[in-house]
Design a protein around this ligand. Structure first.
Ligand SMILES: Nc1nc2c(ncn2[C@@H]2O[C@H](COP(=O)(O)OP(=O)(O)OP(=O)(O)O)[C@@H](O)[C@H]2O)c(=O)[nH]1
Ligand SMILES: [Mg+2]
Length: 342
């Protein structure tokens, strides 16, 4: 592992290349500065971030970033943060380094009532194999802002597990699915969440379903049964449903860690990451230039086809640049149209 040259975090945002190279070498001490950089949305920050991300791109790494990108999502108060505290202990006991990007939706909630009961993620602050960072929410509840996606990408070069924690119900979870290798959807027992969840028909999203607060007893068992039934009814693939208790003494945590790992071992990671890069590129194109950019490419379908023809080793920025070039008929142009938020 490359030793940090100094113990001070670079104050300026122009060191993207060096930070990216350190992350690529597995130097986790570069992570906090890298996250600061990614959050710097000034022109200079963006340019340095692009350099950083190029250093951890599949091309630079000679393959996909090794970290396991885990999405953890579910309704407010379901027990996500408490569960993460227990999962972090489990992963550390297994010798894994863990980074958590907790998407903080609080600014988007009316009032603060939901926050009253909220737990923080507990962890050993002296353990440098753990990094916890709150990041701002994207445009919608559960939506991922670009810095969160970029941070996840960067951290996956240096941490064994990178968790993106979001609050979400229904459709909003698909954002996490787009970025992560494995998505765990968390519901608490007897809350109506379970039913709503089943009715909403979002069974495509979870790779693993988690019922929290198993210590509550029967009500948790019932929720687990209902969910398992709904999961089976969707047919296509088997979704494990795991009941966990995160308060001492924890239970089900090892089983959940196993299920997450098993999923990751089971998927075609390269294909999932490639799909993720392409979907992200489309999303960024639209965020930058509005739907008009898609129209200029002949619609979403045709844009997807175009992406399919591009070099699979390209990173998101390169894919966006290629799309932009096609859409405008020439390299970097001012925005095609202001279409406002979707
Ligand atoms: N009995 C019991 N309570 C739990 C368990 N896990 C979490 N809780 C409680 O449930 C409440 C919400 O837990 P959080 O971990 O903050 O839930 P969250 O999903 O992160 O909530 P938001 O961040 O607000 O979306 C807290 O009061 C926790 O103490 C559990 O396993 N058993
Ligand atoms: Mg939380």
């Amino acid at each position: 592992m490359a030793a940090a040259e100094s113990d001070t975090v670079p104050a300026v945002a122009d060191d993207g290349k060096a930070l990216g190279a350190r992350l690529r070498a597995g130097d986790r001490s570069a992570a906090p500065a890298a996250l600061n950089l990614v959050e710097d949305r000034s022109e200079r920050g963006r340019a340095a971030t692009a350099e950083l991300l190029a250093e951890v791109s599949p091309a630079a790494l000679g393959g996909d970033a090794p970290g396991h990108l885990v999405g953890l999502t579910g309704p407010p108060g379901a027990g996500k943060s408490t569960l993460l505290s227990a999962l972090i202990d489990e992963w550390r006991a297994r010798g894994r380094s863990v980074a958590v990007l907790a998407v903080d939706p609080s600014s988007r909630r009316s009032g603060g009532s939901l926050l009253g009961d909220r737990a923080r993620i507990q962890h050993d602050p002296h353990d440098d194999a753990i990094l916890i960072r709150s990041t701002a929410a994207g445009g919608r509840l559960g939506g991922l802002a670009a810095p969160t996606r970029e941070a996840a990408q960067a951290l996956a070069a240096a941490f064994d597990v990178v968790v993106v924690e979001t609050v979400g119900v229904g459709q909003s979870e698909t954002d996490v699915e787009e970025v992560c290798d494995t998505v765990a959807v968390v519901v608490q027992p007897g809350s109506g969440d379970t039913l709503q969840f089943i009715k909403a028909g979002i069974m495509e999203v979870p790779d693993v379903l988690v019922v929290t607060k198993a210590d509550l007893g029967d009500v948790a068992l019932r929720s687990r049964r209902d969910l398992a039934q709904a999961a089976r009814a969707t047919g296509a693939r088997e979704i494990p449903v795991i009941a966990v208790s995160s308060v001492p003494p924890p239970s089900g945590i090892g089983e959940l860690a196993d299920a997450l790992e098993a999923h990751r071992a089971d998927i075609d990671l390269a294909a999932r990451r490639l799909r993720s890069r392409r979907l992200t590129a489309l999303r960024e194109l639209v965020a930058e230039h509005g739907e008009a950019a898609l129209r200029a490419l002949g619609g979403r379908r045709s844009a997807e086809r175009l992406l399919g023809e591009l070099d699979p080793g390209l990173d998101v920025a390169a894919l966006v640049a290629a799309l932009r070039e096609r859409a405008t008929g020439q390299p970097p142009e001012p925005p095609i149209a202001e279409n406002g938020p979707r």
